[in-house]
Write a protein that binds this ligand. Structure first.
Ligand SMILES: Nc1ncnc2c1ncn2[C@@H]1O[C@H](COP(=O)(O)OP(=O)(O)O)[C@@H](O)[C@H]1O
Ligand SMILES: [Mg+2]
Length: 264
C-alpha cells in the first residue's frame, strides 16, 4: 500500500465479542454508524452493553445516550454481567446522556456528574448541542464510541422527519467528523415505524440483524441469532450466527439436530 492509499484507510476496531468478531474479521471502521435491529428481547441492549464494555476495556471514552431505560437500571444491568462501570466513570471515560428521566423529574441537586440530565429530549437542537459538546469535553477524536438505545424511542417522542435529520447530524458529527463510532438500536416490528426503519437502513453504514431462529420458533423454542446485513468498509460474513446470553454476556450456542427434533 502506498502513502496515499494509507491515508484513505480508516482504522478498524475489533468488537471484542468473540462470536461477533468471527462475523467481522477485520473489525468495524471507526467512522461507521451501526444500527442493531431486532424484536424485543433478542438481545439489542445486551449487545450495546458488551460493545460498550469492550471499548471501555481499551480505555476509549464512551457515551451512552439512554431513551429506553434509566441510567441506574442500565448500570445494574451492566453489573449483572460482573462488569464494573465505576472505574471508567472515575477515570472520566464514561458518561450518560439521560433522555429517559424527564418522565420522572428527578431531584437535579442529587444527580452525579457523569449523568447529563436532559430536561426536554424533544428539543433536538439542544440535544445535538449537548451530544457534540459532551464528545468534545471527553476529547473524543479518532477514538471512542457513542451508544444510543433506542432510536425507536427517539422517533416516538419527536416528530419523525426532524428526528431522522437529527440522526443524520449525529452520524456526521460523531462518525464522519470525529471518527467516533456510533451504535444505535432499533426495535423491529412496530408498524408505524416500518417506513422510518427503511430510511434509517440506508442512512447508517452498518446493520446487525437480531432475530429468533425461525424454525425453532415454530417448535416454541426461542433461540437468538445475529447476522451482519451491511458493513461499509469492512469484509463480513452474512450468515446467521446462533448465540445465547448468560451471566458473562454473549456466547456462541451450538444446536444439535436429531432427525426432526432440535436440542440445545
Ligand atoms: N444479566 C443478564 N444475565 C443473563 N441474561 C440476560 C441478562 N440481561 C439480559 N439477558 C437476556 O438477554 C435477553 C435480551 O435482553 P435485551 O438485550 O434487553 O433485549 P432487547 O434490547 O433486544 O429488547 C433477555 O431476555 C435475557 O434473556
Ligand atoms: Mg433494549
Amino acid at each position: 500500500m502506498n502513502e496515499l492509499e494509507e491515508s484513505f484507510v480508516v482504522s478498524r476496531v475489533n468488537t471484542g465479542i468473540p462470536i461477533l468478531d468471527k462475523a467481522l474479521p477485520s473489525g468495524i471502521p471507526r467512522n461507521n454508524m451501526v444500527m442493531i435491529v431486532g424484536e424485543g428481547g433478542t438481545g439489542k441492549s445486551v449487545f450495546m452493553l458488551q460493545l460498550l464494555r469492550e471499548r471501555l476495556k481499551q480505555d476509549e471514552p464512551c457515551i451512552f445516550m439512554c431513551f429506553d431505560d434509566a441510567p441506574l437500571a442500565i448500570e445494574q444491568n451492566f453489573a449483572s454481567f460482573g462488569w464494573n462501570l465505576k472505574r471508567y466513570i472515575d477515570e472520566g471515560l464514561f458518561r450518560f446522556i439521560d433522555c429517559f428521566s424527564f418522565r420522572m423529574s428527578p431531584d437535579k441537586t442529587k444527580l452525579p456528574s457523569y449523568i447529563t440530565y436532559i430536561e426536554n429530549p424533544r428539543d433536538l437542537y439542544q440535544l445535538t448541542q449537548i451530544f457534540v459538546s459532551t464528545m468534545d469535553g471527553m476529547n473524543m477524536h479518532g477514538k471512542g464510541a457513542v451508544f444510543i438505545d433506542s432510536l425507536t424511542e427517539l422517533l416516538s417522542i419527536t416528530e419523525p422527519a426532524t428526528a431522522i435529520e437529527t440522526i443524520k447530524t449525529w452520524r456526521a458529527e460523531a462518525a464522519k467528523e470525529r471518527l467516533v463510532t456510533v451504535f444505535a438500536t432499533f426495535h423491529f416490528g412496530i408498524k408505524p415505524f416500518d417506513d422510518l426503519e427503511q430510511i434509517l437502513e440506508y442512512v447508517v453504514d452498518g446493520l446487525i440483524d437480531l432475530r429468533y431462529d425461525p424454525i425453532l420458533m415454530h417448535q416454541g423454542i426461542l433461540v437468538k441469532q445475529f447476522r451482519i446485513r451491511k458493513m461499509k468498509g469492512a469484509k463480513h460474513e452474512t450468515n446467521w450466527f446462533t448465540f445465547t446470553v448468560n451471566e458473562e454476556g454473549i456466547k456462541p450456542l451450538a444446536i444439535k439436530f436429531e432427525r426432526d427434533k432440535a436440542s440445545l
